[in-house]
Design a protein around this ligand. Structure first.
Ligand code: UDP
Length: 346
């Protein structure tokens, strides 16, 4: 297929480009490089000169996106480009809505106008388990039919964009020009591609696993646990950590399986929850370093416990996580960060 990957220079988007190119697809990555990196784009271009291109543009720039879709004859969009920090979204909600919603609508305008008004055929959206907020206890592990009630502006941007996409897909059906729409609600994505080429390089870095690895590598003196009196067995938040390569496999399966005219939503998570303390124990085991951890107040916007019920994605897409050992997930992240102490600047 011929695929536009928005946010293609980011952590998850770059892993998607790599996998799609390996599968023989033509890929154009589009990224404003606010949080993404030029270096993985250059590496992918060097490895796949004929089937890969990078466009430096904002996804809200409809004109640039339209030109990219048309000139490269792209009919499928994987939309990763977004601001994605819960805490940051609480501090600057309008920036999050502007970027994740307004720019997303700009992207859809281009998707609609592409190919002389025929539009694109397939859209795969990076949604989030943050759309569920704090699920009722009888809905943990979380199935797709769980009520969606986010606890943060970030979660709301993902939920609102799901609604916008569904309305757009329905309009395309009414116009007798249907689209295949898949919304993948990610749980916590972690790890790096196991060839060692791509990794996770965020500025600022706020995600638990890379922050803990930075502490293990001595890049920060210590780290904090945000909240130790949650109603969970050890008092810390519980999350489901899916390896980035397994996550991308779900995209490949969704692209092949969701039929034109269908609207589908799938959770992508391994189906097992780990507390913050359990993750820190894993990072200590993998690194062999007993770094300093402080107890700290809760972070605004954090849900208590979120882990997936993978029944639907298993039965419908035949997806299953291949990497379920948390130490293996952590080790793949650790190896890249150890080999690239300055991230992509090395
Ligand atoms: N967390 C923490 N200390 C940190 C970073 C994160 O205790 O330095 C906790 C955070 O409160 C949440 C979990 O780790 O409960 C996962 O957070 P992360 O930011 O990695 O992902 P999120 O679930 O927010 O998408």
């Amino acid at each position: 297929m011929r695929i536009l990957v928005t946010g293609g220079a980011g952590y998850i988007g770059s892993h998607a480009c790599q996998r799609l190119l390996k599968d023989g697809h033509t890929v154009v990555a589009l990224d404003n490089l606010l949080r993404g990196h030029q270096k993985p784009m250059d590496m992918l271009k060097a490895a796949h000169a004929k089937s890969f291109n990078f466009v430096h543009a904002d996804l809200g720039d409809s004109k640039a996106v339209l030109e990219t879709l048309d000139t490269n004859e792209l009919d499928t969009v994987m939309h990763f480009g977004a601001l994605a920090y819960v805490g940051e979204s609480v501090e600057d909600p309008l920036w999050y809505y502007r970027n994740n919603i307004s720019s997303g609508i700009g992207l859809l305008d281009a998707c609609d106008a592409a190919h002389g008004g025929k539009g694109i055929k397939r859209f795969i959206f990076s949604s989030s388990c943050a759309t569920y907020g704090n699920p009722p206890t009888n809905m943990i592990p979380v199935p797709e039919h769980c009520p969606q009630s986010p606890t943060s502006p970030y979660g709301y941007t993902k939920l609102h964009f799901e609604h916008i996409l569904k309305d757009y897909a329905n309009k395309r059906t009414i116009d007798n020009n249907p689209i295949a729409l898949t919304m993948l609600r990610y749980f916590n994505v972690a790890g790096s591609d196991r060839t060692g080429m791509l990794g996770e390089d965020h500025t600022p870095e706020t995600h638990l696993i890379p922050v803990a690895i930075d502490a293990a590598l001595g890049k920060r003196e210590s780290m904090s646990i945000f909240g130790t009196d949650y109603p969970t067995p050890d008092g810390t938040n519980i999350r489901d950590y899916v390896h980035v390569e397994d996550l991308i496999s779900a995209h490949a399966l969704a692209m092949d399986s969701t039929q034109i005219g269908q609207i589908e939503a799938f959770n992508v998570g391994i189906g097992k929850g780990y507390s913050v303390r359990e993750i820190l124990d894993s990072v200590k085991r993998v690194s062999g370093v007993d770094f300093t951890v402080h107890d700290a107040p809760k972070r605004a916007g954090d849900a208590i416990a979120l882990y997936n019920n993978p029944a639907k994605i298993k039965s419908t897409l035949g997806w299953d996580a291949q990497i379920t050992d948390i130490d293996e997930v952590v080790a793949s992240a650790f190896n890249w960060l150890k080999d690239h102490p300055n991230g992509y600047r090395d």
